[in-house]
Design a protein around this ligand. Structure first.
Ligand SMILES: Nc1nc2c(c(=O)[nH]1)N[C@H]1C(S)=C(S)[C@@H](COP(=O)(O)O)O[C@H]1N2
Ligand SMILES: [Mo]
Length: 250
């Protein structure tokens, strides 16, 4: 035996073992109590409040650093798929009457605009080919055409409205609705879209008008816009109410 090995006696070793084991037990106890505590916390939008706080914090970080100035990657026309997937038909009830449709824009209480499809088509047209990403995991390079929301807002004198924090969009039957932060709706790639692959939007892709917002996941690309409103508080959002991220940015 060397001198060093003798330094720890049997008695000391036993003491050290007991201490380590006690620390281990205390840690396990904390883990169990921590888990139970978390599950006793009030729920906030389908998650215990402390976890929701962490999610909101991450959301804030992503919002600040990734959304507003970056452009989604674009592709040549030839990269766009011919068969565009149809996903989600909430708020797309079959009894929709396209012949009487007008886009309803609530400017202020008592001041509502009604805009026809022809009036929207008369505005400068923008086309985009980008990788459309659904939160369920698929993506597709697709081709869309319409008017930039920012151009629309300028033409229709929505300056005061676009100083607010959010825009809400709702289908005519109110079955699907999204809330969008103002920087994302005013982003230069965000379209009020009436064309897909150079043709009028098919019924199941949101005829006559849908949102195309490449800086967000698919859940925010509301098909068949009925009405638009502005608000400083978060507008109701269909998938947020079912536990998804409100921001849903890319
Ligand atoms: N009105 C309406 N818009 C909607 C949905 C929906 O269920 N109803 N689903 C969303 C989701 S989850 C996705 S991925 C895209 C799919 O668009 P597409 O059907 O044109 O591929 O639409 C979004 N817009
Ligand atoms: Mo989606």
């Amino acid at each position: 035996m060397t001198d060093k090995e003798k330094i720890i006696s049997e008695k000391q070793l036993r003491k050290k073992t007991i201490i380590s084991f006690s620390v281990f037990i205390v840690m396990i106890a904390f883990a169990i109590f921590g888990w139970k505590w978390l599950h006793k916390q009030p729920q906030e939008n389908e998650a215990p409040r402390p976890l929701r706080k962490a999610l909101n914090y991450n959301e804030g970080l992503f919002g600040k650093f990734f959304s507003n100035n970056h452009l989604a990657k674009t592709f040549p026309l030839s990269a766009a798929v011919k068969h565009v997937r149809v996903n989600g038909d909430e708020g797309m009830s079959a009894d929709f009457d396209a012949s009487t449709w007008k886009l309803k824009v609530a400017k202020t209480p008592g001041d509502t605009l009604f805009v026809t499809l022809d009036e929207i088509k008369a505005l400068p047209k923008t086309e985009i080919v980008f990788d459309f990403k659904c939160i369920e995991g698929w993506s597709q390079v697709t081709h869309w055409g319409g008017v930039k929301f920012s151009d629309f807002a300028q033409k229709y004198g929505l300056n005061e409205q676009t100083k607010m924090n959010y825009v809400g969009l709702i289908t005519p039957d109110k079955g699907y609705y999204v809330g969008i932060d103002m920087p994302a709706i005013m982003h230069p790639q965000t379209l009020l879209c009436y064309e897909m692959n150079g043709k009028p939007l098919p019924m199941n892709q949101g005829y006559p008008l849908r949102l195309i917002i490449p800086v967000k996941y698919g859940i925010k690309h509301l098909k068949r816009i009925g009405s638009i409103f502005f608000s400083n508080e978060r507008p109701p959002d269909y998938w947020y109410e079912r536990g998804y991220d409100y921001y849903a940015g890319l």
